[in-house]
Design a protein around this ligand. Structure first.
Ligand code: C5P
Length: 227
């Protein structure tokens, strides 16, 4: 079987990561969650007061970018890799609503995108990779053999995300989650550098009314046609 590159893009909380992770496991591929990388840089910016509810000092973040070290470390118990920021496991912290609130602002910065896209390209050199994000099929791997663009109604997505946050013990209101999902989608698809859009050759996958099992079976059967 030949190894290919699979790019999965789409709106916030479409369940991209869950599906991509499952698909990678089934195919014996590497899985990369690029959202985690943008979230880790955001956490760094928040901790240093470069972004928050008051003023922004994003030029100071840009100056420090070369010093920020990001890497994924496989966790065999969990069956997936966790995000490390300057050698600290930040997997839990990057998933909070607070980070979600600022991440799209950080992801607009050209220098941030440049740093992360270079890293992502490096990770995919050997193929045999499933990478999910917003610009994977358009910018990171424009030559990917298989590109999938996931969509679902904002309500379906907010409901999923809300449940996820509650399961993790975070106290959130559904209306705030919905607002965050819609706001991120707007910023992500209107930003100047590599906005979220469907690549011309991507397959659209609307999972508003599909359970996980059905989504996975469909995606796997699509992938098998390309391998
Ligand atoms: O995938 P996730 O929802 O964790 O991504 C968080 C945010 O990171 C997105 O809303 C988007 O602003 C940014 N992102 C991006 N490009 C990617 C992956 C994520 O701009 N490839």
């Amino acid at each position: 079987m030949s190894k290919i590159t699979i790019a999965i893009d789409g709106f916030s909380s479409t369940g991209k990561s869950t599906l991509a992770k499952q698909l990678a496991k089934e195919l014996g591929y590497v899985y990369v969650d690029t959202g985690a990388m943008y979230r880790a840089i955001t956490l760094f910016a928040m901790r240093n007061n470069f972004i928050g509810d008051g003023e922004e000092r994003l030029e100071d973040l840009v100056k420090l970018l070369p010093k920020i070290k990001l890497h994924f470390v496989p966790n065999s118990e969990l069956g997936f890799s966790e995000m490390y920021l300057n050698n600290e496991n930040v997997e839990k912290e990057i998933r909070t609503m607070r980070v979600s609130k600022f991440v799209s602002r950080i992801a607009e910065i050209e220098q941030v995108r440049f740093k992360l896209v270079e890293m992502q390209k490096g990770m995919g050199k050997e193929k045999g990779i499933v990478m999910d994000g917003r610009d994977i099929g358009t910018v990171v791997f424009p030559d990917a053999e298989l590109k999938v663009f996931m969509t679902a109604s904002p309500q379906a997505r907010a409901t999923r995300r809300y449940k996820e946050l509650l399961d993790r013990g975070e106290e959130v209101l559904y209306k705030d989650v919905l607002e965050n999902v819609e706001k991120r989608d707007f910023i992500d698809s209107h930003r100047e550098f590599s906005p979220l859009r469907k690549a011309d050759d991507a397959i659209e996958f609307d999972n508003s009314d599909m359970g996980l099992k059905e989504q996975f079976e469909r995606l796997l059967s699509i992938a098998e046609r390309y391998i």
